[in-house]
Design a protein around this ligand. Sequence first.
Ligand code: GTP
Ligand code: MG
Length: 620
Amino acid sequence: MAFFKKLKERLFKSSSKIDEGLDAIVSDGGEEETVEVTEAPSGPTPEEIAAAEEEARIAKEKAEAEEKARQEALEAEREAERERQAELEREREEERRRQEELEREREAERQRQEELERERLAEQQRQAELEREREAERQRLSELEAARAKAEEEERQRIAAEQKAAKEAAQAAADAAEKARLEEIARQQEEERKRLEAEAAEREAERSRLEAEAAEKEEQRLKEAEEARRREEERQREEAEAQEREDQRRREEEEAKAREAERQAQEAEAAERLAEAERLAEEARIAEEERLGELAARPAPQAVMEPMTTLTASPLDDFEGEEEPEEKRGLLGRLFGGQKKTVVRRTLDDDMLEQLEELLITADMGVDTALRVTANMAEGRMGKKLSVEEIKTLLSDEVSRIMDGVAKPMPLYSHKPQVVLVVGVNGSGKTTTIGKLASQFKAAGKSVVIAAGDTFRAAAVEQLQVWGERAGVPVLTAPEGTDPASLAFDAMDQAQRDGADLLMIDTAGRLQNRADLMEELSKIVRVIRKKDPDAPHNTLLVLDATTGQNALSQVKVFQELADVSGLVMTKLDGTAKGGVLVALADKFGLPIHAIGVGEQIDDLAPFDPEDFAKALVGLE
Ligand SMILES: Nc1nc2c(ncn2[C@@H]2O[C@H](COP(=O)(O)OP(=O)(O)OP(=O)(O)O)[C@@H](O)[C@H]2O)c(=O)[nH]1
Ligand SMILES: [Mg+2]
């Protein structure tokens, strides 16, 4: 076999590497086999066979050497390959270890990252925890802050309230102290005022005394001058009187004219009323005839009404009438009576009484007095028929019965001077009444001095001077604004010195308020009582009849202000409402000394209850 293999190697050595491989392959582990080769019939000689065998043996040895080298090279390559493989294996191992190392590192890194993450989360948690704590702290702090602010506010309010209370208390204390201080000052001022007043009065008295002394010394010297002045005044007074008489004459002429016109108007009116009454009577007569004709035609009950000729609407207009001769007619008579001589009568019942009461109330008699008068009048007469005249007579009797007790002239005393203080609201007629009274006293032979105590108005003084001149009595005056009490004191002095019977003191009716008026009147009284403790002997309250019911409240007020001893009611000529005098008499019972019935000097009459009552109800 080996042979063939060698042959083949020789033959085909260069033919193909594959073969080489195959060969190697086959060779490797192949078993060599001996094959028999057949020789050709003429064959090589033994020398040629020996040389061929030699060559084959050398070729074989060479092939074997080459094979061995190849085998060794193969073995080296295998060894190198093994080493390379081992090297690769080591590298792989190395790589694997490196990979493992890397893996471990990655694992470590991952774990580290995880650790970091955990730490981060823990940190986060811790931060959140811290944040929560901080938030809680903030919350707590803000609550603390709010509580502190609240406490501070409460404290502040408490302090403010305390301060306010303290301030108020201090203010109240200060107010009280101030009030007390002011009251003390007021008290001191009042005391001082009173002391100064007393001093002034004393000084006044002293001054008056000194003046009186001086006056006495001066008197002689002044007498002649005074006489001359008197003569001049007398001349002027005569002139004024002449003027007054002239004026009076003119006024009387005018009044006569007016009265004549009035009379003519009344006559015309009377003629009209007569014509109307006749017309009505004629109508009534015709109606009556017709009615009688009808009655005659058929029998019927008797007529109760008799013909009426006066139908003036009045509280008494449902009278049953009966004719009577006409008598003198007063106010009510004129209202209820016509030109026809007819007298009507009405049965006195409650309705009629009520109407009478209303009538008296409208005449200013006042509710109480009106009720009393009508009640007295009606006593025992209810159900009886009364005519106007009869009612007038009953009323007049009742009124004069009430007035009887108060009709008293002003009392005159022997004491000199008798001091008459005249008071009343402004415009009531004080000054005029003083003038009229002075004139009457003078005419009765009394010496009179008048003091113009209304020193507030120059015109008031002048007015009194005119009245003094008219009455022919001296009027003591003082410059406008002088203290009336001081003037009254001087007047007392003069009246005493002159030995005058009467001193009449006029006063102001217009003062700021009641307190002032009271103060002034009481001061006058105080001062004149220094001269005469019993003065004033009369305090006349002058009332204006036209003020109606207001006169009642004036009496009340002046009774409080001054010790009113009697009344004079003026302007009764100017009102149809003299009824207030009845109310005054009924209510206060103060004496009524006189009534004023005009503006002239003689228009002051003594108060006659009967005349007054008749005039009031219209009886003549
Ligand atoms: N018709 C009428 N007028 C009178 C009567 N008495 C006074 N007078 C008038 O009433 C007005 C006021 O009269 P005075 O005497 O000035 O009244 P007084 O009370 O002094 O008034 P004062 O000084 O202002 O307070 C005058 O115009 C008088 O002429 C009177 O009996 N009848
Ligand atoms: Mg007057």
